[in-house]
Design a protein around this ligand. Structure first.
Ligand code: MSP
Length: 474
């Protein structure tokens, strides 16, 4: 049986352009997608990212600017795509929830859930956070009555007629899923998800009246309502997957999400899928948050950095490396531009760049023929270096590669090939060193795709030439 993989990231709201916090997840998922393509073939991998364009947040952002909502989301989606492209994210589709195919798939999904008896008419009276696009209970607010994640926004009071999804009905199924191995990772996240279930899952409104929020997908069973933005947005994964033969039992479905939205993916999404009888996701991988110099990244704090700003200054692979190696793969992390620069100088300019340059120069000066090399075939030893991808620990995979690199650097320093006069001895030492750098280069692709290509161009043929400076010192 062919194993296919569908990899997704959360789709970003289109109220404002993404910052480096949002970008982390894209880089993480991209490294995993590139790895899957290496081991399973690119025809067996689908990777989708995009923008979440309906709902109150997006509509209000457009209103504030005095422009049509569609124009606003077109503009932001376009800018987000450029940011993501600047990071060399190898998505197969950049999906937008305003895409016609998605609107149709989402409406059909809703209708199917309704036909199966899981959606019913009701009325909601309660609280809503527009930042989370989520219904809230009093116990979820801080002592000032604000959402703990969006303290600059006012909590809204809603009283309206809408349609509810029978979420509570799926509590037992969800509990079994959460307890099962690898459904939610890292394991530390299980407890939080179980406590949501134990506190009692309530049925949830899945439409909003159009007279209050016209910006959404028209509800297929009542055109005076639009589909609730989370119900609509989660279906994006299925839109892409089902259209690309990637929503079946031969496909492993992996969702990468941040900790603030784990609950929607771990608890609501599987219930929605169970309601229509479609395959459930295989794994939901939940990462932590990036803070910048001890502060939450936010527009109101004025500390927003766009991915492209870092890429323009340090180069795409340096940015990728930094986030993959030091990003919030499990817990939140605190980053700073100073730390990024230290890492750049220490691990990229000095570590990788310098080692590559030294070996290339020694190899070229030696005039020795090192033979051609196959960068595309992976041995058991190569694949072993990727072992920790099993737990999505991209940081540890990189750590191991850099260990190998520093051992190689040590080998060069100890053997001092530039001093060796005996040709046979020189050949032996350099053959080992060229071989090692080639082996390291081979496995760099998921993390530093363009650097890999550059090193490959220097080391691929028997004649080794000195390449450009990979990471010029800052
Ligand atoms: N639109 C919803 C997701 C719908 S998925 C069907 C949403 N959008 S978001 O723009 O607010 O966030 C997108 C992703 O970025 C989420 O996974 C979120 O956790 C992540 N991050 C936002 N800020 C972040 C950091 N500071 N650090 C790491 N990830 C962060 O939620």
């Amino acid at each position: 049986m062919i194993k296919k993989t569908l990899i997704t990231t959360a789709i970003d709201y289109a109220n404002d352009v993404i910052h480096i916090g949002h970008a982390y997840e894209k880089i993480l998922a991209d490294a995993f997608a590139r790895y899957q393509r290496l081991i399973n073939g690119k025809e067996n991998v689908g990777f989708v990212t995009g923008t979440d364009e309906h709902g109150t947040t997006n509509e209000k952002a457009a209103k504030k600017l005095g422009i049509e909502t569609q124009k606003h989301v077109d503009n932001i989606s376009d800018q987000n795509k450029k940011e993501i492209d600047a990071l060399d994210i190898s998505y197969n589709r950049f999906i937008r929830t305003t895409d016609e195919d998605h609107k149709k798939v989402a409406a059909d999904f809703f209708k199917k859930s309704f036909d199966n008896g899981d959606i019913y008419k009701g009325s909601y009276e309660g609280l809503y956070c527009e930042g989370c696009e989520s219904y809230k209970t009093l116990t979820e607010l801080n002592e000032n009555g604000q959402c703990t994640l969006h303290t600059t926004r006012e909590i809204q009071k809603y009283q309206e007629e809408n349609y509810f999804f029978r979420w509570a009905k799926y509590s037992d199924i969800l509990k079994t899923l959460v307890l099962s191995e690898r459904f939610v990772l890292p394991d530390g996240k299980k407890k939080e998800m179980l406590s949501f279930i134990e506190n009692g899952i309530q049925d949830i409104p899945v439409t909003r009246p159009k007279y209050k929020l016209p910006w959404g997908i028209t509800c297929p069973i009542d055109d005076s309502q639009v589909i609730y933005v989370w119900f609509d947005a989660l279906i994006n994964y299925f839109t892409y997957g089902s259209e690309n033969n990637l929503w079946d039992n031969e496909t492993e479905i992996v969702h990468f999400v941040g900790k603030d939205i784990a609950r929607w993916h771990v608890l609501l999404w599987p219930a929605m899928l169970a309601s229509v009888g479609y395959k459930l996701p295989t794994t939901i991988y939940v990462h932590g948050f990036i803070n910048l110099e001890g502060e939450k990244i936010s527009k109101s704090k004025g500390n927003v950095i766009k991915p492209s700003e870092l890429v323009n200054k340090y180069g795409v692979d340096a940015v990728r490396y930094y986030f993959l190696r030091y990003g919030p793969i499990v817990e939140d992390v605190d980053i700073s531009v100073k730390h990024l620069e230290d890492v750049y100088n220490g691990e990229l300019a000095n570590g990788l760049g310098n080692t590559v340059a030294r070996i290339a120069k020694l190899a070229q000066n030696s005039g020795i023929d090192f033979g051609d090399f196959d960068f595309a075939t992976f041995s058991g030893d190569d694949l072993k270096m990727f072992d920790q991808f099993h737990d999505f620990r991209v940081d540890l995979v990189i750590q191991n590669i850099w260990k190998k690199l520093s051992l190689l650097d040590k080998h060069i320093n100890e053997n001092e090939p530039w001093k060796i006069k005996d040709q046979d001895k020189l050949k032996e030492v350099l053959t080992y060193e060229v071989g090692e750098i080639r082996n390291i280069t081979k496995i760099l692709g998921p993390f530093l795709p363009s650097t890999q290509k550059k090193i490959e161009a220097v080391f691929n043929k028997s004649f080794i030439k000195v390449g450009e400076n990979l990471f010029p010192r800052l």
